[in-house]
Ligand binder design. Sequence first.
Ligand code: SAM
Length: 325
Amino acid sequence: MLLDNHGREINYLRLAVTDRCNLRCFYCMPENGIRYVNRKDLLTFEEMHRMIRVLSKMGVSKLRITGGEPFLRKGIMDFLGGVSKLEGIEQIHITTNGTFTQEFIPQLEDMGVKSINLSLDSLDKQRFFEITRRDEFDQVMETYRALLDSSIRVKINAVVMEGRNIEDIYSMIELTRTDDVAVRFIEEMPFNGTEGQGNATFWPMKKILNYIKDKYEVEKLNDPPFSTSMNYKVPGFTGSFGLIAAYTRTFCGTCNRVRVTPQGELKTCLYGSGVMSLRDLMRSTDSDEELKDGFLKAIGSRAKDGFEAEKQRDPVSESMATIGG
Ligand code: SAM
């Protein structure tokens, strides 16, 4: 078992395979986008495979593929096919905006992908457009329906924001009436690609829950181990909903994850800066032992929580597309 310096088990890797995205969600990046990493500076798929293989031998069994938009990276399906066969990787999950995902669902099912988190902040076409600045609502809904019909578990990630999609909280709850979906309401974080603009549209988790309780009776569900979401359902409804305290950070005590950015920076906390360049290390040595030592050192000096990690760095100014969420 891989343990950090606070005794927390690390068994989950979140890997951002690209920083490129075709949407421009205002809470994630500026309208004119971000400066993308040069191709040569990105981890290659071979490097990613090697890193996952080494981590899987150290105790990491769960993998999330994210980005940027993962399906924008050419070669992603071959890469996924490869890592799905790695001994030790028991679960693969993907976070996607759903714009290019639909055609790959049968192949993803064959690979045994366990769940897909679909980012969908509004069930209203116009509001979706205002948030994402792209006209992709119909395609994303098609992907959603196709996922419901597949063997892959589907979750919806919805960032809740004042003046943007509060109306959608109730529409999302209504979706759980008939659909076997887990809607996860996420607190907005300051990773919007600009420094100092904060999250003025912020709604804390408790406020979201109280808002739901104003209209619906809710039942608390048991949360799985290491869950970042507090999970609930409306009695009699098919699906469920969860609340993720991504900004108020109430779940750091059980954090089981590390992140790797598209250029191979290892992050031991979402709110921290990168702690080492796995890319540089992998390009300097063929020794998996050295890679393993690098991981152990990084995991042995993790911040206690997201507040401590944030204090140790320059102010947040990056886009979530460079981290993966
Ligand atoms: N392109 C994929 C997608 O849209 O799902 C994966 C990458 S995206 C950065 C991953 C998740 O981060 C999405 O669910 C998105 O809503 C969330 N996210 C991005 N910026 C955020 C922010 N400032 N606060 C909270 N969540 C954010």
